[in-house]
Design a protein around this ligand. Sequence first.
Ligand SMILES: Cc1cc2nc3c(=O)[nH]c(=O)nc-3n(C[C@H](O)[C@H](O)[C@H](O)COP(=O)(O)OP(=O)(O)OC[C@H]3O[C@@H](n4cnc5c(N)ncnc54)[C@H](O)[C@@H]3O)c2cc1C
Length: 469
Amino acid sequence: MLVPMIGATLDPSAWAELMDGFRGELVRPSDETYEELRRVWNGSIDRRPALIARCAGVADVMAAVAFARRTALRVAVRSGGHSWPGLSVCEDGLVIDLSLMKGVRVDPDRRTARVEAGVLLGELDRETQAFGLAVPAGIVTHTGVAGLTLGGGIGHLMRKYGLTIDQLRSVDLVTADGTVLKASDDENPELFWGVRGGGGNFGIVTSFEYRLNPLGPTVMAGPVYWHMHDAPEVLRFYRDWITDIPDELTTVVNFRKAPASPSLPADLHGEPIVAVLCTYAGAVEEGEKVIRPLKEFGAVVHDLCQPQPFVTHQASLDPGLPHGWWYYTRACDVAELTDQVIDATVEHSLRIASPRTTFPIFHLGGAIRRVGDDDTAFNGRSAGHTFNLNGVAPGDDGEGFDEEREWARGLWGALAPFHTSVYVNFLMDEGEQGIRQAYGPAKYQRLKELKKRYDPENFFRLNQNIPPE
Ligand SMILES: Cc1cc2nc3c(=O)[nH]c(=O)nc-3n(C[C@H](O)[C@H](O)[C@H](O)COP(=O)(O)OP(=O)(O)OC[C@H]3O[C@@H](n4cnc5c(N)ncnc54)[C@H](O)[C@@H]3O)c2cc1C
């Protein structure tokens, strides 16, 4: 038997046991595909795992967990690979990679979908929209359903339908001791509470069962643009206007320099702009009426808010955030867009150097607040807005990255007096302090108790970690 070079502690019989019947692929540093498969979305993360176990099903996941236990290899769990800090890949350890697990089964009569962990948001929309149904999720289609759901899931449909976790009926997961469990309101309810916001701390979720909601397929959606110099007035108008909009409308404010995209007029290319990205989860004609005041405010420089297929709208931000560029993020929630919040945001945004740095401010409320704060581990239900400040250095060499990182930290610091909480899926390298802020003291303690019960040795530690002790 050829024993691979994956560390001095490797036990040949453990390797033989893993290989025996493994349906997916086991990828080692000597394999041709290794360089590509070890990479994650964020190009600034450069780690070389000893082994990548690309699982084809639950049995492969169980075998990979058993192998890691026997060999004492550190474990990273990967689904969509979109963790900003690169938590789904490790140096020297084992990556349990679920990206081959792509099954989606929609039941249009019961309005449910069973979704395997390797599915990306665009793939889920493709299947559900075929029936005019949707799971509210994030705003970039190449993000993984798994990591996004386990942290909460915010996006274009949330004010109407809630967070992604609010659609969950159940999950199947493999725990640290290799047991397969179902968690739902009826089975392991405390675990079900914890996986709805608590991330990958309690086990490897192999599939999710979601409730589906009617949507489109054509929706009134898209961005309305102004020059960034007008942003102080635009955001003051926006802040007042959103106090009175129906929950069908979710908006995301976006700051950036206009890209050289054919969908934007050439004289805007490279100019600092602010956009309000609208999604109306209801009748198109109603949406047109509701959004009209926004379209008529100030000196609009371009307007792409129009009836369009939801899946087209969902993919509109994809080109701005491709795989392999260098990304750094800082995030915070604020209660309101006060004058000080607006002015600090605009002042820093006018100083963005990179042609690709871009950041969203999500407007929360609506259905998110109608779920009880203690019903799930997610902690930001009463927040007004979520900032996700991305410093982006385009290209694969990191040129300009330090400057963009400092820019993100600078705006985040300027907003510090207004931080109320932070969304766990937008954390970077803040460490324990950030994680405690994400959950608040009571939920953090409850999650710790759950961790003690399901993962007392902290086997799953490469995540926004809640240590058992
Ligand atoms: C371009 C981009 C756009 C984004 N947009 C949004 C958005 O609109 N809304 C939003 O809410 N979030 C958004 N996010 C944040 C996103 O929710 C998180 O980055 C999320 O963790 C990504 O999930 P993933 O499966 O792709 O990541 P991965 O990197 O594979 O995993 C992320 C974390 O989850 C754990 N994990 C992954 N799969 C499993 C599993 N099956 N079981 C247990 N643990 C697992 C990993 O160990 C890791 O700690 C965005 C991120 C990016 C990069």
